[in-house]
Design a protein around this ligand. Structure first.
Ligand code: BDP
Length: 639
């Protein structure tokens, strides 16, 4: 009984929803313009979980065909948010299976001659969407947008019912992968008992995580825009390609303008695909670089037929040498953090005050780069990275890939996800590198085939950026780093190994760096994770693991080694983590992972001051360090 129920759960999860992306379709962010209206459906929706034993009652009874409250009790649920921490009910927090959402909306009857689309910024993990009982769209994957055209389903003169079913089950075929474990021993577990096993160190928040928007565009419309920039002397070269939808063979009038930050036209064309030149260009630079104007953004204003769309972009180039990253042909040292989309109550739900606070604190820390560990972040977060000049290593949800997750179906899905990811973020100046995975089993033979394919595919999608994955394997066991542009490696010396012994960090890390270099002399190195669990407020002298003192001491030891190699081929450091975050329950996690330099409420621990002194001194020679902590950041000439 238990195993057939398992079969059904997974079938419902992966069978019904195993749909592929709609290829060739753009996914531009919904922006209002003279020709487009954008309405949000965010707010309080009705919600219920399908807690039937096999989780498929909603499908058997076709809950989408009637108002959700007629199927059973519903509760109010905030959209966007994760549903897990909104109530005080463990059954909601830890639910695995299909959760059902519903809301009502109107469309204006003026929209009948337009294309009306319903767009979801992200629903975790599988989503099925019905409008008035008719299926509008499905999506497989938890962190990227999807949309469907709903003209044929809506009532133009009365209210419309929108039903969304969300399944958070992680299987060996999802990204991130996971598995369902059934307990069959009925002397120890009730009949039908199962748990969701995770292969990642963060809570599997679920629900409608980002905006739900209805937007309109003309029948003949701008479907996609690709912008790739280059620099020639003082000029910016803008290569662009605009794809139209709905025009068939019909030719439409086209006007393209490049607008500067004040809205003045600085270049133009009347072709859908062209190269235009911005004379005396203002380049996009990360904010901490002393050269140039940080984060200068232009706009590509596209007018095609009756449609108008404005796509922001920056002019910059990305490169790599054996010594490190280049932005606009100048060396860029990445001093940053790894992050999570994580907060109390709303989970991974989009939240503007939180985004604003995070960027404020990134700048307070002197961060010039973050990694979107371990999945694509909200478009509204990346907008801030573009506009505030913080470089992003854009990571896909390939976290925790084991050998049994490296089959042909996994590769195919991984490539789909990379396609959707590149499609979404291809015009963002802040994004310099794609990370295809975090800590996979890159030491097994299968990894060579798997990552060869995924990394080369990603590079073929976007040759203008770098591609990597994050390794926690050794220089002599990793079989996939040979495909990357920058070797990114995670290490926990003095934490998971030699716990409490900060005195060995310097030697071990230096040996590690030298070994990587010896085996891969043409690839620069970036430390993509290091850190120590720290309960805010705990102090002890001499330091002890989990105290703030230990975190400061441990990080200081790493910094000494970074500074030795920084002037050479060591191109960046990311501390794990920007802030504390919640994980699955476990005896090594004290109400979540406490390796943040900030608390989950985004308040500094002692290590945040250490990092702030270090990072600010790196780009501002006039910065006066607080010197509250032992290790003084050396001046460049002392290196
Ligand atoms: C690394 C993982 C990260 C974990 C971290 C840790 O990449 O997701 O949270 O370790 O253990 O292995 O804190």
């Amino acid at each position: 009984m238990a195993s057939s129920a398992f079969h059904r759960l997974v079938l419902v999860a992966s069978g019904v929803c195993a749909v592929t992306m709609v290829t060739g379709q753009g996914m531009l962010y919904p922006r209002s313009s003279e020709s487009r209206v954008v309405n949000t459906l965010d707010g309080m929706w009705s919600f219920r979980m399908d807690d039937s034993p096999s989780r498929d009652q909603g499908f058997t009874d076709q809950w989408w065909t009637k108002p959700l409250k007629q199927t059973g009790d519903v509760i109010p649920m905030a959209v966007p948010s994760s549903y897990n921490d909104v109530t005080a009910d463990r059954a909601v927090r830890d639910f695995v299976g299909w959760a059902w959402y519903e809301t009502d909306f109107f469309v204006s009857s003026d929209w009948q001659d337009r294309v009306v689309s319903l767009r979801f910024g992200s629903v975790h993990y599988y989503a099925m969407v019905w409008v008035n009982g008719q299926e509008a769209v499905r999506h497989n994957g938890g962190h990227l947008p999807f949309e469907g055209v709903i003209n044929d389903m809506v009532n133009w003169t009365s209210s419309n019912r929108l039903t969304v079913a969300v399944n958070n089950t992680l299987t060996p075929l999802t990204l991130p992968p996971g598995s369902i474990e059934w307990q069959k021993d009925t002397s120890r577990y009730p009949d039908g008992y199962f748990v969701q096993n995770l292969q990642m160190d963060f809570f599997n928040y679920a629900g409608i995580h980002r905006h739900v928007q209805i937007y309109t565009k003309p029948r003949i419309n701008i479907d996609d825009i690709i912008i790739v920039t280059d620099i020639q002397g003082d000029n910016g070269i803008v290569n662009y390609n605009v794809t139209l939808a709905g025009n068939g063979d019909q030719s439409v009038s086209v006007k393209i303008n490049v607008l500067d930050a004040d809205g003045a036209v600085v270049a133009s064309s009347s072709r859908l695909s062209d190269q235009v030149v911005i004379v005396n260009v203002t380049l996009w630079w990360p904010w901490t670089m002393t050269t140039g104007t940080p984060a200068y953004m232009y706009t590509l204003q596209v007018m095609a037929g009756d449609d108008v769309y404005r796509e922001p972009f920056g002019v910059r180039t990305v490169g790599v040498t054996s010594q490190g990253f280049l932005i606009n042909s100048k060396p860029f040292y990445c001093h940053g953090v790894d992050k999570h989309e994580d907060s109390d109550i709303r989970g991974k739900g989009l939240d503007y005050p939180l985004i604003a606070r995070d960027f404020y604190m990134l700048k307070w820390l002197g961060v010039n780069c973050f990694r979107s560990s371990h999945y694509p972040y909200a478009e509204e977060i990346l907008d801030q990275a573009d506009r505030q000049g913080i470089v992003v290593i854009n990571e896909c949800p390939g976290v925790g890939i084991r050998e049994n997750n490296m089959g042909p179906e996994n590769v195919a899905h991984h490539k789909e996800v990379m396609w959707e990811f590149v499609r979404r973020d291809k015009n963002r100046p802040a994004v310099v590198m794609w990370s295809t995975a975090n800590e996979p089993r890159s030491d097994v033979p299968k990894a060579e085939l798997y990552f060869g394919e995924v990394i080369n595919y990603t590079r073929s999608l976007d040759p203008s950026r770098l591609v990597t994955f994050i390794s926690n394997k050794d220089y002599n066991t990793d079989r996939a780093v040979k495909f990357v542009d920058v070797i990114c490696f995670n290490r926990y010396y003095g934490w998971y190994k030699d716990t409490g012994h900060t005195e060995v960090i310097k030697l071990q890390l230096a040996t590690d760096i030298k070994n990587w270099r010896k085996t891969h002399p043409t690839k620069p190195l970036l430390m993509s994770e290091y850190g120590a669990g720290t309960v805010a407020g705990l102090h002890q002298e001499p330091s002890y693991v989990f105290t703030e003192d230990y975190q400061v001491e441990l990080m200081s030891e790493y910094h000494k080694v970074f500074d030795t190699y920084r002037a050479q081929y060591f191109t960046g450091e990311l501390v794990w983590n920007f802030a504390d975050f919640i994980t699955a329950e476990g005896v090594t996690r004290v109400v979540g992972n406490k390796k943040g330099v900030l608390t989950r409420q985004r308040q500094p621990k002692a290590s945040a001051h250490l990092l702030r002194d270090r990072y600010h001194a790196m780009f501002d020679s006039k910065y006066v360090p607080s010197n509250r902590y032992r290790y003084r950041y050396p001046k460049r000439e002392e290196l």
